[in-house]
Design a protein around this ligand. Structure first.
Ligand code: ATP
Ligand code: MG
Length: 212
């Protein structure tokens, strides 16, 4: 959106969160299509990733065994590049950014899942994002056993997906905690039920913002 005299209105930043197999990526496609059908200029992206450098870091993070602090630093390095080169310019141009995972996933996976120090994560969040947060976070909440059943039906697991159920319980609890800490931005989306039911709930959450 470009306003008078070339001034721009900031676009909206939406992140999708939840454990592996909760349904983020499949529903994100629907959200993007739905927003575009309503005339919005949408950038669809993901973390770790979204730029050439960040996608290279993603490959390392998903497939190379590494110490948890190394992993944290790589994830935040990828995020920094992604923010500077893609997300911030898009928002400044008034575009809508829809991102598959963002910093809540670092607190959930590297923090609660792998035991990274929450204070270190919080410091990196400040340095890297300089106050930038999603305007809306849709948290696809699904019990780990149901998510595992959906995953194994379709693909070989990456380094995270091979973790046991207790790992995903901790990740899920961390999302619940992040939601408690940022209630204005977080929307918990019940991810059980059919694809159609979940898609309907997602649209209700999007409409409830009053932004579209
Ligand atoms: N409501 C649903 N009912 C049944 N299956 C579903 C539902 N939603 C998604 N699925 C299927 O479950 C699988 C996992 O979904 P999806 O890949 O969207 O999850 P994800 O949250 O993106 O996982 P990951 O974090 O691992 O990328 C896919 O095969 C998808 O088609
Ligand atoms: Mg996905």
């Amino acid at each position: 959106m470009t306003g008078v005299q070339g001034s721009t209105v900031q676009g909206r930043f939406i992140s999708f969160e939840g454990i592996d197999g909760a349904g983020k990526s499949s529903h994100l496609e629907h959200a993007v299509a739905w927003l575009r059908a309503r005339g919005h200029d949408v950038v669809q992206t993901r973390e770790p990733g979204g730029t050439v450098l960040a996608e290279r870091l993603r490959e390392l993070v998903l497939h190379e065994p590494m110490d948890v602090l190394t992993e944290v630093l790589l994830v935040f390095a990828a995020r920094r590049d992604h923010l500077l080169r893609q997300i911030e310019p898009a928002l400044a141009a008034g575009r809508t950014v829809v991102c598959d995972r963002f910093t809540d996933a670092s607190f959930a996976y590297q923090g609660a899942g792998r035991g990274a120090d929450a204070a270190v994560l919080a410091q990196l969040e400040l340095w890297v994002q300089q106050g930038r947060q999603p305007d809306l976070t849709l948290w696809f909440d699904l019990p780990p056993d149901e998510a595992a059943a959906r995953r194994t039906a379709v693909r070989a697991p990456d380094r995270f997906e091979r973790q046991d159920e207790s790992f995903f319980e901790r990740v899920r609890e961390a999302y619940a905690e992040r939601a408690r800490l940022a209630p204005a931005r977080f929307r918990r989306l019940e991810a059980r039920g059919s694809r159609e039911q979940v898609r309907q709930r997602m649209q209700e959450h999007l409409l409830a913002t009053g932004w579209w």
